[in-house]
Design a protein around this ligand. Structure first.
Ligand code: NAD
Length: 494
């Protein structure tokens, strides 16, 4: 079936054929132990289009038991063979890319173009870490002539991956690809609103040659399925992406077992435009930093800090750009898609309503929308809040939607104070033509990554992660392997 045919079939029937709907345990579909089911909604229409297994502690127990067996097999598989299987997975993802992208678009609400980008990036992640699988060497250490000493770089064991709904495939793969390259096995708990691509990727991995049990997927809610997974003492590392509140709870849950943890918890990342910046580059960068994926990105540039000399011009151009964005159902080719759920839409709306009530200047947007063709769906207008003080709630809190907070500064010190003035520290963009300003700011702004004159610069090769309440640990890049390997020192008396 071509992608156009698939899309027209969906709009005619309201369903997609051949969606997986059970857990994926021990190499194939597994019915939920208690037989419970949940529905998945198309955010672009606000209606359910499929259902899936609602897992619980019994399903997690089965999955972790399977992953323990999977770990025994996979950790003993020669690295070159692991490399070949991960490369084969990348090829299969490319072959299935259009199908995966349509499913991702329907499940998450994002545009088809964004979904295609995420799937392509996921194939690249498997390739990137395939290339590392046979290079995870230890080192030889010189203790003098009476000893031989070296380190082994070993896989940590069974890993758990708690995945959010904003990037269901690429967040999953940036965790499991390095884990698999290192020789670990994995149990995945996708977000309750976006379960399907994780099940499809698990199936593709088996087709690529991954032994049964190495990757298991249990769908369901955070409380019923996620909580027992992170508490399981057989899990040796948890990779969590999501909200601060849930992340703190996960941290407490893993503490009794002293389980390793990577936390990726979001941000309130600033884009700083200095007085010498190229205004059009700032405007283009700021629009895409906040309105990509309808602003539902942990590293979204949700604050624009602009020098007073550029403020009026930048603001006016931003408003024109925001108004020109076509918002609609992801499969109909808009610039911006839906937000992921009705409850999340209500949260965004509430943030903006409170801003309006305290007198914030909303220069464009500030309302929910419906799809122009169907009259349905969960959409929010591209919104800009202008000239906010440093202590405004819209500056301090992650709204996780298409809402940009603009702040004005007069000099570099003030820009740094504003940039570092929230409890988050994930990403930052610096716009200036002065290389000294760029390099000084790269050091002075607290963030896991700083880009200069291009907000979304870089890709899977760069380490990604935050400081402070944005979390800890790094994913992507070669640093992404660290969480899944541990060093063992060995000495021999000679
Ligand atoms: P959440 O943190 O509640 O959910 C993220 C994942 O954690 C989901 O898979 C969920 O099922 C799971 N989970 C929930 N409770 C759990 C528990 N007790 N134990 C283990 N796993 C659990 O996020 P949400 O409710 O989907 O979204 C709320 C907010 O989180 C958003 O408004 C946004 O601010 C933030 N968020 C951030 C990111 C990010 O990329 N950092 C992604 C999605 C959401």
């Amino acid at each position: 079936m071509t992608v156009d045919h698939r899309i027209s079939t969906y709009f005619e029937t309201g369903t997609l054929p051949n969606l997986p709907g059970d857990h994926f345990i021990n190499g194939g579909p597994a019915v939920a132990y208690a037989g419970e089911r949940m529905q998945s909604f198309d955010p672009g229409r606000g209606v359910a289009f499929a259902d899936f297994a609602a897992g619980d502690a019994a399903d997690i127990d089965r999955a972790v038991t399977s992953s323990e067996r999977g770990f025994a097999i996979w950790s003993a598989t020669p690295p070159a063979q692991r490399c070949a299987i991960l490369n084969a997975a990348a090829q299969l993802i490319r072959a299935e890319a259009e199908h995966l992208a349509v499913v991702e678009c329907l499940d998450s609400g994002k545009t088809l173009a964004e979904a295609r980008g995420d799937i392509a990036g996921s194939a690249r992640l498997f390739e990137y870490y395939a290339g590392a699988a046979d290079k995870l060497d230890g080192r030889s250490i010189n203790l003098g002539n009476d000893n031989a000493a070296f380190t082994l770089r070993e896989p940590v064991g069974v890993t758990a991956h708690i995945v959010p709904w904003n990037y269901p495939t690429s967040t999953l793969v940036r965790g499991i690809a390095p884990a698999l390259a290192a020789g670990c096995s994995a149990v995945v708990k996708p977000a309750e609103t976006t379960p399907f691509t994780a099940l499809m990727i698990a199936d593709l991995l088996i087709r690529a040659g991954l032994p049964a049990g190495v990757v298991n997927v249990v769908t369901g809610t955070g409380l019923a399925a996620g909580a027992p997974l992170v508490r399981d003492p057989r899990v040796r590392h948890v990779t969590f992406t999501g909200s601060v509140a849930t992340g703190v709870g996960v941290m407490q849950s893993v503490a009794p077992n002293v389980t390793g943890l990577t936390l990726e918890l979001g941000g309130k990342s600033p884009l700083l435009a200095f007085g010498d910046a190229d205004v059009d580059a700032v405007v283009e960068g700021a629009l895409w930093a906040i309105f990509s994926n309808a602003g539902q990105i942990c590293s979204a540039g949700s604050r624009l800090l602009v020098h007073r000399s550029l403020h009026a011009e930048v603001r006016d151009k931003l408003v024109l750009g925001a108004k020109a964005l076509r918002v609609g159902h992801g499969l109909r080719g808009p610039d911006m898609g839906a937000v992921n759920s009705s409850s999340h839409l209500a949260k965004i709306d509430d943030h903006v309503a409170c801003a309006r009530a305290r007198g914030v200047d909303i220069v464009t947007g500030g309302m929910s929308l419906v799809d122009q063709d169907s009259g349905d769906g969960w959409f929010y207008a591209p919104t800009i809040l202008d000239d906010l003080p440093a202590n405004d709630d819209a500056v301090l809190q992650e709204i996780f939607g298409p809402v940009l907070a603009v702040q004005v500064f007069d000099d570099e010190d003030e820009a740094v104070t504003l940039a570092n003035g929230t409890e988050f520290a994930l990403a930052a963009g610096i716009y200036t033509k002065d290389i000294s300003t760029a390099l000084r700011m790269a050091r002075r702004v607290d963030a896991g990554q700083v880009t200069v004159n291009d907000y979304w610069a870089g890709g899977i090769e760069l380490p990604f992660g935050g400081n402070r309440k944005s979390g800890f640990g790094r994913e992507k890049g070669l640093e992404g392997l660290d969480a899944y390997t541990r060093s063992k020192a060995v000495t021999l008396a000679v």
